[in-house]
Design a binder for this molecule. Structure first.
Ligand SMILES: *Cc1c(COP(=O)(O)O)cnc(C)c1O
Length: 460
């Protein structure tokens, strides 16, 4: 038993945004109109929005004043140089290419580094990352440890790479068919699970031996660092900022969705230590995003990112950030709800296979559960299961992920502990009536990233 002592967020609220409380009838009508897809709900029909932590964050008064310091010059904005310095100081990378969000950076690095027929080993796939790898002609290969696919395993670093799986891939296809190792920190699709620095250092040895660079999906690197501080030998006395610095220093290139860790509403970047890659990306960014000193972001937004990076690596911030997620997870466990353990950093992941054991994967258990949680309490969550996994590009059949999850994701600095209580109670109410819940079938299935726009109807 770990003893729980109270602590509170290292900030107070200066401005509020009103929420609309709806009736169950209104919610039933809204989810039907949305094709039982929480992505298609209107925000005004949602009470507590835990769809995503992406761009939903509350900025600080300092970041808001940073917006007023926006230098909207087409070329050479001072905010670009400020952001570049923040990336060098906190993340170690020398060169910066701003993008409109993370996938802009994924697009460029994939097009520059991947050749048709290449293989991309990674510690679990991410939706947009894999799509860009495939669009560039590559094939993603999952090299995460087996424990990551087991919702019961309490492994402290479920984001770790299985080095034997990686070695086996290198032996099979040859190092020249592997343009880079795609490594994410705080692995989103595994439930916000961290990779250890010990594992990353072992991976580095392979990277140096075979001269294969590491591309770091650093979207939640500071959240990962918090878990290293709490769980990895030798890091308890290090600050989050120091650990973030160390992680970044043993990787070569990075893609960032600034809508996550850096506590802003829009933005992203590609960062690298490699001048050659930098020059290629600089060339490409003007085609797809904008000039290389703004790359799709307004000057004011680059300023907010620069300030947000500094705030995101503060220990007090991260204690509250991850602490709130742990709180929600523990409340759900008290209600007996099956969730992925250990509780991750950015959200709590409900195990829909265990929650709705009477629904087969073809009845979309996670999609169904997300719709029911909305109907129950106006709480918006999202599917992370067979719908998100898409179809196999060769066979046309569904990709069938082992994990069938509903992600309950926490925006940064937005909701209070009482919101977490209401959320847990709503999910417990759905759990109490779980046996009467029926599945869904597709009425419209988009070709790419289908989970965003797919529509469904109830079976029966
Ligand atoms: C959100 C996310 C991305 C994509 O970033 P966008 O800003 O949404 O384009 C890439 N990787 C991970 C792990 C993410 O969570």
């Amino acid at each position: 038993m770990t003893e729980r002592r109270s602590w509170a967020e290292p900030w107070k609220i200066k401005m509020v945004e009103h929420l609309r409380v709806t009736t169950k009838e209104e919610r039933l009508a809204a989810i039907k109109e949305a094709g039982y897809n929480t992505f298609l709900l209107k925000s005004r029909d949602v009470y507590i929005d835990l769809l995503t932590d992406s761009g939903t964050n509350a900025m600080s008064d300092r970041q808001w004043s940073g917006l007023m310091m926006g230098d909207e010059a087409y070329a050479g904005s001072r905010n670009f140089y400020h952001l570049e310095k923040a990336i060098q100081d906190y993340y170690t990378y020398k060169y910066l290419i701003p993008t409109h969000q993370g996938r802009g950076a994924e697009h460029m690095i994939s097009q520059i580094m991947i050749k048709k027929g290449d293989f991309l080993p990674g510690n679990m796939y991410f939706t947009t990352t894999r799509m860009h790898q495939e669009l560039a002609g590559g094939t993603f290969v999952d090299i995460i440890i087996d424990e990551a696919h087991d919702t019961e395993s309490e492994h402290p670093f479920k984001g770790n790479v299985d080095l034997d799986k990686l070695q086996a891939l290198i032996d099979k296809v040859g190092a020249d068919k592997i343009p880079y190792f795609a490594i994410a920190t705080a692995v989103n699709m595994a439930g916000g699970q961290p990779i250890s620095l010990g594992n990353l250092k072992e991976l580095r040895k392979l990277s140096l031996k075979y001269k294969i660079p590491i591309v770091h999906d650093m979207t939640r690197v500071a959240e990962n660092a918090w878990f290293i501080k709490e769980r990895e030998d030798g890091y308890a006395d290090k600050s989050v900022a120091e650990i973030v610095y160390e992680i970044c220093s043993i990787t070569d290139h990075a893609t960032m969705s600034a809508k996550k860790d850096p506590i802003v509403n829009i933005g992203g970047f590609l960062a690298t230590n490699d001048e050659d890659l930098y020059l290629k990306a600089q060339n490409m960014v003007v085609m797809y995003e904008g000039l290389h000193t703004y790359g799709g972001m307004a000057g004011r937004d680059m300023e907010a990112v620069a300030l947000g990076i500094a705030e995101s690596v503060q220990d007090d911030h991260m204690r509250a950030r991850v602490g709130q997620t742990q709180y929600l997870g523990e409340r759900l466990l008290e209600f007996g709800i099956p969730i992925v353990k250990p509780i991750g950093s950015h959200g709590v992941f409900i195990d829909a296979r265990k929650f709705l054991p009477h629904l087969s994967q073809d009845m979309f258990p996670s999609q169904t559960l997300a719709a029911e949680i909305y109907i129950q309490g106006g709480v918006r969550t999202m599917e992370r299961g067979i719908v998100s996994a898409g179809r196999n590009k060769e066979t046309g059949d569904h990709n069938r992920p082992k994990l069938e999850l509903v992600r309950v994701t926490l925006p940064r600095r937005v909701y209070t502990q009482s919101h977490m209580d209401v959320t847990a109670e709503s999910i417990a109410d759905v759990y109490a009536r779980r046996e009467s819940i029926k599945g869904l079938r597709f009425t419209y299935e988009p070709e790419l990233l289908r989970f965003f726009q797919a529509r469904f109807e109830p079976l029966d």
